[in-house]
Design a protein around this ligand. Structure first.
Ligand code: ADP
Ligand code: MG
Length: 218
């Protein structure tokens, strides 16, 4: 049996709008296993991002259970530009989680950051570059490296390819698959694009009005 990464059990989630409490998620349950890519698909407003917030612990008003069996997931966002501090170099950005964690020397952090660039197939000299000097696809590779440098095996990606053109999307899909196969990285992959999901995901979770309507093989 593959190792469990995440269990979401009977989650009802709510937002407060003035005096009313509006239910967004309705009895959502699923399990994620090591090394798998699960798609989360649904129309705009169906609750995909809300479910991500519950999984990340950013939304407190919910009933049910969210159980993490490993390190917390790291986010990869749709817009890789806003996720990267424009005033810092790629090296500085990648090293930030290590500085925050503490216990590593400057040289160790640099070595790790350069290794991460390799893992996402960027040249080592990107270490000294700024986000604006990178293309959208390259910035998304940095975002993936930034997630992985924490040592997590679980990436939560909310529409990570939506801002990229089709050729670049295919390259990032190949990278995500490679990381899944080589390193057993697991993804919850949010998308409104069924083509992308069918290329990448083993299973798909369809959300409609906050309910999971089916869990299919892609
Ligand atoms: P999706 O990511 O699938 O497009 P969301 O989870 O962002 O959907 O939104 C689900 C519903 O919750 C929508 O009706 C949206 O308007 C509402 N919503 C999202 N964020 C908030 C918020 N911070 N406060 C109140 N309502 C929200
Ligand atoms: Mg969303």
């Amino acid at each position: 049996m593959p190792e469990k990464i995440l269990e979401v059990k009977h989650v009802n989630a709510y937002y407060r709008e003035g005096k009313t409490r509006r239910q967004i998620l309705d009895d959502v349950s699923f399990t994620l296993y090591e090394g798998e890519i699960v798609g989360l698909v649904g129309e705009s407003g169906s609750g995909k991002s809300t479910l991500c917030k519950c999984v990340l612990g950013l939304l407190k008003d919910y009933e049910g259970e969210v159980v993490h069996y490993t390190k917390r997931p790291q986010m990869v966002f749709q817009d890789p530009f806003s996720a990267l501090n424009p005033r810092k170099t790629i090296g500085w950005i990648l090293e930030e989680p290590l500085r925050v964690k503490g216990g590593s020397s400057r040289q160790e952090r640099r070595k790790k950051a350069e290794e991460m660039l390799q893992r996402v197939h960027l040249p080592e000299d990107f270490y000294g570059r700024y986000p604006r000097e990178l293309s959208g696809g390259q910035r998304q590779r940095v975002s993936i490296a930034l997630a992985l440098i924490t040592g997590t095996k679980f990436i939560l990606a909310d529409e990570p390819l939506s801002a990229l053109d089709v050729t670049v999307q295919a390259q990032i899909i190949a990278l995500l698959k490679e990381l899944q196969e080589k390193e057993k990285i697991c993804y919850l992959f949010v998308s409104h694009d069924l083509d992308v999901v069918s290329m990448l995901c083993g299973r798909v979770l369809f959300l409609q009005d906050g309910k999971v309507c089916s869990l299919d093989e892609a």
